[in-house]
Ligand binder design. Sequence first.
Ligand code: GLU
Length: 472
Amino acid sequence: MASQEGQKFLDSVHRMYDDAVAYLDLPPGLAERIKSCATLIHFRLPIRVNNDVRFFDAYRAQHSQHRKPLKGGIRFSPLVHSDEVVALATLMTFKCALVNVPFGGAKGGVRVDPRIESVDVLERVTRRFAAELCWKNALGPGFDVPAPDMGTSAREMAWIADTYMTLNPHDVQALATVTGKPVAQGGIRGREEATGRGAQYGIREFFREQADVEAAGLEGDLQGKRVIVQGLGNVGYHLTSFLHAEDGCRIIGIIERDGGLWNERGLDVASVKQYLDEHGGVAGYDSKQYVHDGADLLTRPCDVLIPAAMENQITTTNVDRIQARVIAEAANGPTTARASARLGERGIAVIPDLYLNAGGVTVSYFEWSKNLAHIRFGRMSRRMEEAHWTMMMHSVEELTGMHFSARDWKSMARGASEIDLVRSGLDDTMREAFQEIREARKTRNIPDLRTAALAVAIEKVANTYRQLGVWP
Ligand code: GLU
């Protein structure tokens, strides 16, 4: 089952790639080189548990080495399969290229269920995986830099960093060997929320172009828009919280593994998340809002549907029943290539994964740069900026005779902190990338955003190969 799903996912990514290449003028050999995965490593990790040895299959796909280091998360899930990891690594290459993050694409996965294994087993699996990668010279700040993905978090990244440092005690750049670390262990503020935050910025940018909004059958901005989300993990939770609190969206549906919740007047995302963390599901949260068949909520009417869980969720079997006007792909690969084409025919806009969830890797890039620089962003400039603004505000007060409120002083007379800079860099990245997608759509006459985004990304990878002199 898992392997069929993995193969379907990889076929789908390849199909999307071929569709985009049709709009470009690439020599066939170069197109093939950019498409195929350079390296796939498979380990069977032997882990001693209760006087016995258990084996866990672990993969690292290193899709493209046109830029280094390679970058991409490590996923822990019982469904991990080599094809799935290759498909995800492929998406990473184009994701990085699209948002101008100068990395190649990679992805890792371990077939392990983090919901049932003990913390002790998870730690040994993580450390063994990191050690195996080190022994193969396949991990390090200048070559391949993992990050969190589904089923992993800052905790696993701290274990990876620590394992790498133990094996490479003289590497002064060791902290940069993995991103998404806890802030106290070399991480960066804003990395945990980054994918959700980036998706929020991406959705906002979509709603800035009224022609696209109207083509999808909607109008206005995000205020009052009805949202259904699949998956209230790190990405889905942050994204829906921001959309609700800062953009005025109503979260009317939440889909989880064991069912869904539905409330036309809006669900309380924070309390659902708390319940989910305590009980591992949404069943029992509130019987009036609970819907046993969670998948059914995917096809209910709403303005924005956010798949934020797994790949292969919108397929030919349910695509014709989808009633959302915009699909915001916070997950990787939630829509199959065929279903995506069908959504286009039906006038439903898709904000594609490689663009919309690029916030995670973008802030990973900031974290990696910070680690290499050995200095926090804003450390040199913050007090200087604060002094400037204070002077300016005093002058304005003197010249006008008016007085700023205590609140104005607090919000204006300050220098940018690390989190301010991370969010500003992320917003800028998301806006610019969307502009490039729109531009490509116009100039190349590409009907949908996904194909346009891929065309932009593939062209950039091709240009890097040309600049490197690898290809004429
Ligand atoms: N796992 C995330 C993704 O799919 C982040 C990757 C990274 O930060 O390297 O984009």
